[in-house]
Design a protein around this ligand. Structure first.
Ligand SMILES: Cc1cc2nc3c(=O)[nH]c(=O)nc-3n(C[C@H](O)[C@H](O)[C@H](O)COP(=O)(O)O)c2cc1C
Length: 160
């Protein structure tokens, strides 16, 4: 038997870059903080994100015609907290969050390390999560250089 607390403690030892996955829905724009992001394939260009089945964003991604993975910069910790629901989201429609709309009309957050815009490719069962695979339709580097890292339940920065 795997003890759930032990499982969490061990997984907290996995250092991960922090992303915000954005999408557009008739009810408005949406973003969710995600560390379960992984580049998957170059030909065709695919990436994946894993989203908990209970999350609002799970339903939104199931229905979405596209989504953007925004790789957060060190100084964007407040965005990670905001999109994890831990800080009040004063404006869910993004009017106070600097962004530009991408090819698919989805917000690309300004000031990130990079952004990756995807169309849905596949969704796989992952227990209490789903694995959403996206085909990359556009991507580019942003102005930032230093990543926001999540390790041992805390935000960190790289020690160069
Ligand atoms: C650092 C960090 C990383 C997270 N990574 C994920 C993740 O990879 N997948 C996920 O489903 N939720 C993840 N979460 C939790 C969601 O961001 C959080 O549950 C959010 O409130 C869900 O919002 P929603 O119900 O609007 O989708 C993470 C939270 C934090 C703080």
């Amino acid at each position: 038997m795997v003890d759930p607390e032990r499982f969490r403690d061990v997984m907290a030892r996995h250092a991960a870059g922090v992303t915000v996955v954005t999408t557009a829905h008739p009810s408005g724009y949406h973003g969710v903080t995600v560390t379960a992001f992984c580049p998957l394939s170059l030909e065709p260009p695919l990436v994946l994100v894993c989203i908990g089945r209970e999350q609002q964003s799970h339903r939104l991604l199931e229905e979405a015609t596209g989504w953007v993975v925004n790789l957060l910069a060190r100084e964007q910790e407040f965005l990670a907290e905001q999109f994890a629901g831990r800080a009040p989201l004063a404006d869910p429609r993004f009017s106070r969050i600097p962004h530009h709309l991408g090819l698919l009309g989805i917000p690309r957050i300004d000031g990130c390390l990079a952004w990756i815009e995807c169309r849905p490719w596949a969704r796989y069962d992952g227990g209490d999560h789903s694995i959403f695979v996206g085909e990359v339709v556009a991507l580019d580097l942003g102005p930032a250089d230093d990543p926001l890292i999540y390790f041992d339940r805390q935000y960190r920065e790289l020690a160069w």
